[in-house]
Design a protein around this ligand. Structure first.
Ligand SMILES: [Zn+2]
Length: 253
């Protein structure tokens, strides 16, 4: 399994918000570095031609008013693209990126999000003729309204934002939904770790991220193409963030 990352993501000065918090990327990458089986792959920036596929030019210009944020948002989208390309070679990938993207709409963004990293990666694959369908699981505590909006014109892109009271019901819901799915060309994950029991979502235990990753791995095996990737969204409880990402990766790999 490959971890997509760029050292520039350590820079937390591009904006002041929860996603750019100092120590957040460090918490994740420290856990990854301590586990020698993960290979780290460096990503570059997305091109303007990738972003314009999903976002309106006026909105892109408005993000560019903050050049540091714009540069980081392009790098983040580039990480999602890289992870999706690795997945196409039947190798699982996790992109440790920021800013997140699942609250970014075609002409607006909120909740720390600028560009919709997931839609940018998937629509690039689609427009290159490499996929025609996708399943997207968003397990962030907050619904991925931006992803849904950016993919609303693509009916073969199925998005699940699970809603369940307890942790076991949550994992069971993911499992039963996936079991009913027909064939899809790729499995994609908006991995938001703020669903964690000590984070704002107050729901999942660390092991539940493993369970979710495992369900998706088995689904991709059933598809026989093994194409799956995940990109970081939320997750703000830094003491356990690295452990939770690792737990997910262990189930997913
Ligand atoms: Zn969130």
């Amino acid at each position: 399994m490959k971890i997509v990352f760029n050292d520039k993501f350590y820079n937390s000065s591009y904006i002041k918000d929860g996603a750019s918090a100092p120590g957040r990327m460090e918490a994740i990458m420290e856990s990854i570095h301590n586990d020698s089986k993960y290979q780290i792959v460096r990503n570059g920036r997305a091109e303007y031609s990738d972003i314009i596929r999903v976002h309106e030019s006026q909105y892109i210009d408005s993000v560019r008013n903050n050049q540091a944020l714009y540069d980081m948002a392009l790098l983040s989208a580039g990480g999602a693209i890289k992870a999706s390309q690795i997945a196409m070679e039947s190798e699982p990938a996790f992109a440790c990126i920021r800013p997140p993207g699942h609250h970014a709409h075609p002409s607006s963004g909120w909740g720390y999000c600028s560009f919709c990293n997931m839609a940018i990666a998937l629509k690039k694959l689609r427009d290159e003729g490499r996929i025609t369908s996708a399943f997207i699981l968003d397990f962030d505590a907050h619904g991925g309204d931006g992803t849904i909006d950016c993919l609303s014109d693509w009916k073969e892109a199925i998005v699940l934002n699970p809603m369940a009271e307890g942790r076991n019901e949550y994992v069971a819901l993911v499992e039963s939904f996936v079991k009913k799915l027909n064939y899809v060309d790729i499995i994609a994950v908006n991995a938001g770790f703020d669903t964690y029991e000590k984070d704002v979502g107050r729901k999942l235990a660390s092991f539940d991220f493993y369970r979710i990753g495992y369900v998706l791995k088995m689904f991709s095996k059933k598809m026989e193409h093994h194409r799956r990737f995940a990109i970081l969204e939320g997750g703000y409880y830094l003491p356990d963030l690295g452990k939770n990402v690792l737990s997910f990766c262990q189930g997913f790999e």
